[in-house]
Design a protein around this ligand. Structure first.
Ligand code: TYD
Length: 137
């Protein structure tokens, strides 16, 4: 499956690095919500859902973690370990996050406010959703 990563341009100088993310520039949607995941316990795997509408960009701004993406046909595993790299995840992608380093901070920029009714938390429902969209039985 196609994995979309975005390399952000750091504004570096002799003091260090700074990255700015602006909607409709580095971020290809209007950002309605920002959240971050940290202090993740060893061995934890989380996510296990897709969305009907919401798009996201994930940035592991400190430490590292892995993201498993599944478009209903193929899977991909992506290592996030650079504060200047974003991973775009479209709505109809099943995602699981795992292998968090103890110092990992995973920043998420989301196109929608938190809305439980936008979640698809059942894998079989997810497959039905993507197959219906593609017109596959
Ligand atoms: P959860 O959906 O379990 O996170 P993940 O998909 O990463 O495994 O969310 C954990 C809790 O946080 C759950 O009670 C819902 C709440 N939550 C919010 O209140 N707002 C948010 O924006 C998010 C992402 C979660």
């Amino acid at each position: 499956m196609q994995v979309v990563t975005v390399r952000f341009q750091p504004h570096g100088d002799d003091r260090g690095q700074l990255i700015a993310l602006e909607e409709s520039k580095e971020i290809p949607f209007h950002v309605k919500r920002v959240y971050y995941i940290y202090d993740t316990k060893s061995g934890v795997r989380r996510g296990f859902h897709a969305h009907k509408k919401l798009e996201q960009i994930l940035v592991c701004v400190h430490g590292s973690c892995k993201i498993m993406l599944d478009d209903g046909e193929e899977r991909a595993d992506v290592l996030l370990d650079k504060p200047y790299e974003g991973l775009y995840i479209s709505n109809d992608t099943w995602r699981e996050m795992y292998d968090f380093s103890s110092d990992a901070v995973l920043l998420v920029l989301a196109s929608e406010l938190y809305d439980e009714s936008d979640y698809i938390r059942n894998y079989d429902e997810f497959l039905k959703f993507v197959r219906a969209k593609k017109g596959v039985q």
